[in-house]
Structures are given as structure tokens and as C-alpha cells.
Design a protein around this ligand. Structure first.
Ligand code: SAM
Length: 216
């Protein structure tokens, strides 16, 4: 691994960006991180079920999960200590939160839990350099009868060419790289852990959703 992509440098890069951005994050991102609420609605969580978000950011998604399923047990991790400050403010005692790298962590050590009913990644794979490893970690942690849900930028094929190029260039300034092979990689990677997958797109390819399920 080179110096630029080492976990420590990546954490520092995320902190540098989010130290100020986190204060306007939820307000601004609702205008371009689409598909998150659809993913959350599709979780169909059992009563008292556990949900782990990898790259939980400000805690916005976990708060939304709690609105839909008040008895959900919430867990979140993020590599950015800055983002976790916002998540703690948003979620208080409602969630167990930890600073960790989504590509390499021990859930038992962090949370005292080995597997989760739902594992979610929302606009995180496009920011994690070794994103397939985060998907592998998430897949391994899905409990029997559980599922992993991913939402992130798609190929944006529905946008006119110049708008698509401008959006991609703007996203790159925030260290965001849409993963064009996300569905194939997630489904093939999930199969290694005994999960079966499906994929969908929304808003003309603006976002993509992947769901991987483990039989009971
Ligand atoms: C675009 S934000 C998405 C936040 C939240 N999931 C949402 O949908 O609003 C991406 C988040 O992933 C986190 N992140 C980036 N790389 C990570 C890694 N390797 N491990 C854990 N979190 C990471 C960032 O710190 C940031 O909070």
C-alpha cells in the first residue's frame, strides 16, 4: 500500500475535509446523495434488529432507521473522528459508534457483536480506496436471514454528457470516485460469503443500489 492510500493518511484526509464540511453536510447532501431513503425503506428490519452502518458520517441514516424502526439496535463506524463528533450529537445514546476503518475491523472488539441483521454502506464505497475490501467485511458480518445494502453514485447515464462530466469533476474534488463495477463486484464478492445479490438503479443511473441476502 502506498503512502497516499494508507489508512492513517486516508483518515487524516477525511478529517481535513469534514472538520468544516460536517457542519453543513446534512443540509447540502440532501440535494445530491439520492437513494438513501429508498435504501432505508427497503431494510424491512425485524423488531429489535441490529443495523451496522460502515462509513456512518453524521449519523443521518441511522437516525432515519430509528424513525422507521424505533426498536432497532444501531451501530456505526467511520474512519473520521470529525464526522463521528456530528454522529454523536445526532444520535446520542441511541447508537454505539466507533472510529474504525471499514476495510479492517473487529466488530466484537468494537461493539461486542459478531454479526448484524442489516449492514449498510451509503455513499461510502465511492470514498474508500479499497472499497471491495469494505464490501467483503460487510458481507462477512451479515447474520443468517440478514442482508447488506449499498447505495452509491451510478454511471449517471441519464445525464447529458457535459453535465455528467461536470458532476464527476466536482465530485473528484471531494475525493469521490463513482464505482462503475459496484453491482458486479458486490454480487461476486458476496457470493464468496454465501450471499445472493440483486442490483437496481434510480434516477436514470444517478444512483445504484445493491442488496445481498443470506438465507436463514
Ligand atoms: C459521503 S460520506 C457518507 C456518509 C453517510 N453514509 C451518508 O450517507 O450520509 C462518506 C463517509 O465515509 C467515511 N469513510 C471514508 N473512508 C472510510 C473508511 N475506510 N472506513 C470508514 N469510513 C470511511 C467518511 O469519513 C465519510 O463519513
Amino acid at each position: 500500500m502506498n503512502a497516499v492510500s494508507s489508512p492513517r493518511n486516508h483518515a487524516a484526509m477525511m478529517d481535513a475535509m469534514y472538520a468544516t464540511q460536517r457542519h453543513i453536510y446534512d443540509l447540502t447532501r440532501k440535494y445530491y446523495l439520492f437513494g438513501r431513503d429508498r435504501m432505508i425503506r427497503e431494510l424491512a428490519l425485524p423488531d429489535g434488529g441490529t443495523v451496522l452502518e460502515l462509513g456512518c458520517g453524521t449519523g443521518r441514516n441511522l437516525a432515519m432507521v430509528r424513525k422507521h424502526w424505533p426498536k432497532a439496535q444501531l451501530f456505526g463506524l467511520d474512519i473520521s473522528a470529525e464526522m463521528l463528533k456530528s454522529a454523536r450529537t445526532t444520535l446520542g445514546e441511541q447508537a454505539a459508534l466507533a472510529q474504525a476503518d471499514a476495510t479492517e475491523f473487529d466488530p466484537e472488539r468494537l461493539f461486542g457483536v459478531a454479526q448484524f441483521d442489516r449492514v449498510i454502506l451509503s455513499y461510502a464505497t465511492s470514498m474508500i480506496p479499497v472499497w471491495r475490501e469494505a464490501l467483503a467485511q460487510g458481507s462477512a458480518l451479515v447474520a443468517p436471514g440478514g442482508s447488506l445494502h449499498v447505495v452509491d453514485f451510478g454511471d449517471m447515464a441519464g445525464l447529458p454528457g457535459p453535465a455528467r462530466s461536470a458532476l464527476r469533476a466536482w465530485l473528484a474534488r471531494f475525493h469521490v470516485s463513482p464505482r462503475h463495477t459496484l453491482p458486479q463486484s458486490a454480487i461476486a464478492g458476496g457470493a464468496v460469503y454465501g450471499l445472493t445479490g440483486s442490483a437496481a438503479t434510480g434516477m436514470g443511473g444517478y444512483y445504484q443500489l445493491v442488496t445481498l441476502r443470506r438465507d436463514s
